[in-house]
Design a binder for this molecule. Structure first.
Ligand code: FAD
Length: 463
């Protein structure tokens, strides 16, 4: 409820307020399974916070441009306040809503709050978004601090309760089977948990962030992404809290600068989506339109289930399946493996992440997939093919991350943990492993995969 510009503005009027959440599955991309689970928990937490202040949250389902005017008619509201989202599908709903409300004689108040700066503030000379991150971020920084976050309303006068759906009736959570056990263990959705995470990060992790952020075997990052994704925390709150922590303790400076630049990537992805609403489906670099992707359902399924035979790749995908979370470094490794070693279209991987990540985001997910695939804005060059063994040795040097998520390998010595196929029969036997049975053989040889990827890339370069 804090830094919620719409709630804040409505409360400031002093008039009674109806708190309404509309599940509009007709606008934008329908959320995937893990994100639906998060949304249910987040709404429950919000309902509880509003109830603590003596109010209630009404839940309605349907197209927002139809449902909201209905609620206005029922409640007699004279104005509607919402947090605007500067993206094409939301903008068109907002316009339809504004005209429906005007017909009812109700005011529309669109209160932006999801970005540090509006896309209109960062334009190149042709009026388009910047496609290279460094100048983008320099431009954002040159604008100075974003506005201070708004406090939660001190006083909220509640309008009489209006009828709404029961959250359970939306069936956002899995029932039969209930696959969300791992998510429940790994995640605590809601604003209070988000604030706690931010506090903990600034107190404990920010100091080591610059060095540890690439280490999936350590608690080296903030894990704030789903909280930001669902608006439980705003980027302005994160920005100001981080700047304040660095001012209090200047030794945190380097970690905080790095951390804020990562928040900058979130912003960059959103500005890109603003200009490219088809980011999840169309290559930003159109020469990739003729890329010779393979269609290999068996390889895709092995990747999805974490059975590629490359321990760091399998660990990441199993962590994702179990918890809805995956470390950024590992996201890069598994994504590179899919599009380069397996030559599978990045859109297949993006769709899998969309369904399984709790932070699945319409801007950050496709933008990062395109970045890894080499077809995006400011993309990693396609010819840079991650070696999963070297990535494992470098970022999970003791193999602790692999041992956790691929327990059948846990008895291997460190030198073999990222390449079990190099173990002798005796080493395998003493670790209790039968390659091809208890753990897969590599689905493709690294050198062969790399060669094949480079040959495919050469095809589109020739045009
Ligand atoms: P921290 O390192 O603590 O970073 C702080 C915040 O900065 C994050 O919470 C996030 O909001 C933002 N951030 C960090 N890195 C990135 C990045 N590369 N791009 C955009 N924002 C970033 N992030 C999502 O929020 N949703 C997604 O659907 C998503 N899909 C991804 C897919 C791929 C293939 C890759 C390589 C990355 C993806 N990311 C996505 C970005 C990144 O992996 C996550 O934001 C990060 O792992 C979240 O962990 P954290 O909160 O601990 O990050």
């Amino acid at each position: 409820m804090s830094d919620h510009p719409a709630l804040h503005a409505a409360a400031e009027t002093g008039a009674p307020v109806v708190c309404l959440y509309v599940l509009d599955e007709t606008t934008g991309r329908a959320p995937g399974g893990a994100a639906r689970w998060w949304l249910a928990q987040s709404l429950r937490a919000l309902e509880a916070e509003i109830a603590e202040r003596g109010g209630s949250l009404a839940l309605r389902r349907g197209p927002a441009a139809r449902v909201i005017p209905e609620v206005v008619r029922e409640s007699g509201a004279r104005a509607v306040y919402w947090n605007g989202i500067a993206q094409a599908p939301h903008r068109s709903v907002e316009r339809a809503l504004e005209s429906a409300l005007a017909k009812l004689g109700a005011d529309s108040q669109n209160c932006p709050g999801d970005l540090l700066v509006p896309p209109s503030a960062i334009r190149n000379k042709d009026g388009r978004s910047l496609r290279v991150f460094t100048p983008f971020w320099r431009r954002v920084l040159s604008l100075g601090d974003p506005p201070k976050p708004l406090p939660a309303p001190k006083v909220l006068r509640h309008a009489p309760r209006i009828a709404g759906d029961r959250l359970e009736s939306w069936k956002l959570e899995p029932a039969k089977p209930d696959w969300a056990g791992g998510l429940r263990e790994a995640c605590i959705p809601g604003e209070a948990a988000a604030r706690g995470r931010l506090r903990d990060f600034l107190k404990r992790t920010a100091r080591v962030y610059a060095g540890d952020r690439d280490r999936p075997d350590r608690e080296g990052t903030s894990r704030l992404s789903p909280h930001l994704r669902f608006g439980e925390l705003s980027p302005r709150q994160v920005w100001h809290a981080a700047r304040f922590a660095a001012a209090e303790d200047p030794t945190l400076g380097p970690g905080i600068e790095k951390f804020l630049s990562e928040l900058g990537w979130r912003e960059f992805c959103r500005h890109l989506l603003h200009d490219h609403p088809d980011l999840a489906t169309a290559n930003l670099q159109t020469n990739f339109d003729g890329f010779p992707w393979t269609h290999d359902d068996k390889a895709l399924a092995a990747w999805q289930r974490g059975r590629t035979g490359y321990p760091i790749v399998d660990a990441g995908l199993r962590e994702l399946w179990h918890t809805g979370v995956m470390h950024n470094r590992v996201r890069m490794v598994v994504a590179s493996f899919l599009v380069k070693h397996l030559l599978i279209d990045w859109r297949e991987g993006e769709a899998w992440f969309w369904d399984t990540l709790v932070d699945a985001d319409p801007a950050s997910n496709p933008a990062n997939w395109q970045w890894v695939a080499g077809c995006g804005a400011d993309a990693a060059p396609y010819f840079r093919v991650f070696n999963p063994v070297l990535q494992g040795d470098k970022f999970d040097p003791d193999g602790a991350y692999v041992r956790r998520w691929v327990p059948e390998l846990k008895n291997l010595p460190v030198k073999l943990i990222h390449q079990p196929w190099r173990a002798t029969p005796i080493e395998l036997a003493s670790a209790g492993i039968t390659l091809g049975k208890t753990y897969p053989q590599p689905i493709i040889d690294h050198a062969r995969g790399r060669e094949r990827a480079l040959a495919a890339y050469a095809e589109i370069r020739r045009g």
